[in-house]
Design a protein. Sequence first.
Length: 280
Amino acid sequence: MKLRKVTAASAAVLALALSATACGGDSKDEGSGSGSGGGTIKIGIKYDQPGLGLKKPDGSFSGFDVDVATYVAKELGYKPDQIEFVETKSADRENALARNDVKFIAATYSINDERKKKVDFAGPYLLAHQDLLVKKDSKISEATDLNGEKLCSVTGSTSAQNVKNDFAPKAQLREYSGYSECIAGLQSGAVDALTTDDSILAGFASQDKYKGQFKLAGLKLSNENYGIGVKKGDTATVNKINKALEKMVSDGSWQKAVDKNFGPAGYKNEPAPKIGVIVK
């Protein structure tokens, strides 16, 4: 009788342990985990940048940053259906990593000394430059050609002001709420040029409704080293991502992603940057 009680109790304990193990495996979430695969991984991207990070009406995602993030996640052990893309706007990127909202961020995240005080970076994985987008038949080919012309950028951006300060003091600045509005203004003739990173310009110009209408001036008004942001101190994840980026370049996937997302705008990309090398 006593033996039967002990056996029954042992069986109950064993069943409870197995149940807990199974439950834990099903609910694993790698938003702030070790990145060892299994469960899901949360990755921060932009939702509103065609060619880089865009959430489409059907809920799917596209863009160069999305392709890079998906490749990196694969190398960390995650399939596409295990990835949860989280919108991370520029002003909230550092906080999203500090709160463990995401494992890493691939969102036109330029590496600079101020940001490196708050987050760690893998990469860089793309070297972009501030450039101009103009109509296909425009005669604007240099920043100095913008004197007397209407130059558009997004409210709060320093890009247009930099051009006015350094190259074209007589440029007429036009600030719109978003790049889509600037592109529409360029199409209608309300503005003569749009300025920001060449990768962003190429992404917008590559949309089907704009294909063939615009061109990049091909200027290099600044160097923007895009890195993948990781929580400060997470060196293990940085090292894993760097290895994934090196593999993406070596197997040709990086160039394919560039051609697919930026090609229609005539984007002439820099060669893939070397890990840890920041171009000033």
